[in-house]
Design a protein around this ligand. Structure first.
Ligand SMILES: Nc1ncnc2c1ncn2[C@@H]1O[C@H](COP(=O)(O)OP(=O)(O)OP(=O)(O)O)[C@@H](O)[C@H]1O
Ligand SMILES: [Mg+2]
Length: 354
């Protein structure tokens, strides 16, 4: 763990306080959580192309996500209690004859903090990338942002959508693409998307309209070519890894979410496929969606597509701010690579304490 960055970085403070900082970028000047401003921001997003998309897909209300001091603590009960079966087994294995063992300090429930007060913002029309080594808390943070830790003990902090707490209607406007694809391997791409479209879209739409939404999402994500191929898995040959990821994204896009959260969508893809997928996410962002994605090891050309970057190390925020400002921020506090390198590699080295 890199000790020099133990505290809250200036970028993180900026999001919390809305004040400027010489090192961390001041996102509050570029954006405003106010709805009216969001609409204005949205108008500046760039050319919007809603070719042939049914009306359901052509509008997406802008959503600014703000998260303040998100903390997640996990209580783990020690299973080696003296009265439990594991306790008995372990005692037998260790050769202890005592039938009544007094609890040891290690038998007490332990608490582990997975996320330490993470603060930041994600804006419509932008991609926020969450970087960090394996086990640094990326998936846990994304789950918190998607309201999936709500009601679970141990989760504290505030997550706001357009300045308001997450409500059911906001959660309905949130698409979540999990780290592991959960798709039926025996169905074709078209079957999955049409089936989900028929199930998930509102009943006011006719069957024909629902099918046309599925078709437009398919073409939006470049899945036309493989629409009649089955998904497959490790035992049955099906679509490629990149195509499977696109189907998972398409599945979430059916409801035209304002906020799209993706957990490591590029894992297992080569750098070209990863770049292509990020281009797709970029075009979705351009249409006014707020995109938050965790990513393991982005190439430099993928990195430069991120508007904001949040680097996690052991559940702590090492950096939050503009992706393009990260290197100069670390150079300003005395950390710069000895030779030109991919900023993502450098940030991950720092997060790993190297
Ligand atoms: N419900 C849980 N029970 C036990 N440990 C958990 C739980 N949830 C998270 N953790 C632990 O919290 C840490 C962070 O997990 P998380 O899945 O968020 O990491 P990650 O950054 O997404 O890792 P990866 O890149 O490998 O997916 C890990 O050490 C994990 O073991
Ligand atoms: Mg993960």
């Amino acid at each position: 763990m890199p000790a020099p960055f133990g505290g809250t970085p200036s970028g993180s403070e900026t999001a919390k306080n809305g004040s400027d900082s010489s090192n961390g970028p001041d996102r509050s000047k570029d954006h405003n959580t106010n709805n009216t401003t969001n609409n204005n921001d949205n108008n500046n997003i760039g050319p919007r192309d809603f070719r042939g998309l049914p009306s359901l897909m052509s509008f997406c209300s802008p959503l600014t996500l703000k998260f303040i001091d998100v903390t997640y603590r996990l209580k783990s009960e020690n299973k080696n209690r003296p009265d439990g079966c594991c306790g008995n087994i372990s005692r037998r294995m260790l050769g202890s004859n005592s039938s009544v063992a007094s609890p040891r300090p290690s038998d007490q429930p332990t608490e582990r903090t997975i996320l330490h007060g993470i603060t930041g913002m994600a804006f419509p029309g932008e991609i926020l990338a969450v970087l960090g080594p394996s086990g640094s808390g990326k998936s846990t943070l994304l789950n918190a942002l998607a309201g999936r830790l709500q009601g679970q003990g141990g989760s504290t902090g505030t997550v706001l959508a357009n300045g308001k707490r997450l409500t059911k209607s906001v959660l309905r406007k949130t698409g979540f693409v999990t780290q592991d694809d959960v798709l039926c391997p025996h169905l074709t791409v078209r079957e999955i998307l049409v089936f989900c479209s028929l199930l998930r879209l509102p009943t006011v739409l006719s069957r024909k309209e629902k099918v046309s939404v599925a078709e437009s999402v398919m073409s939006e994500l470049g899945l036309d070519k493989c629409q009649n191929t089955i998904i497959g898995n490790s035992f049955i040959r099906g679509v490629s890894g990149g195509e499977r990821k696109r189907v998972s994204i398409a599945h979430e896009l059916l409801l035209n979410p304002s906020l799209l959260i993706l957990d490591e969508p590029t894992s297992g893809l080569d750098s070209t496929a990863a770049h292509r997928l990020l281009l797709t996410l970029g075009s979705l962002a351009q249409k006014g969606k707020t995109v938050v994605t965790s990513i393991h090891q982005p190439s430099s050309r993928v990195y430069q597509m991120f508007d904001s970057v949040l680097v996690l190390s052991e559940g702590k925020c090492l950096y939050y701010g503009k992706g393009s400002d990260a290197m100069s921020y670390f150079a300003a506090i005395g950390y710069s690579p000895s030779f030109p390198m991919n900023p993502a590699d450098f940030l991950l080295d720092l997060a790993n304490g190297m």
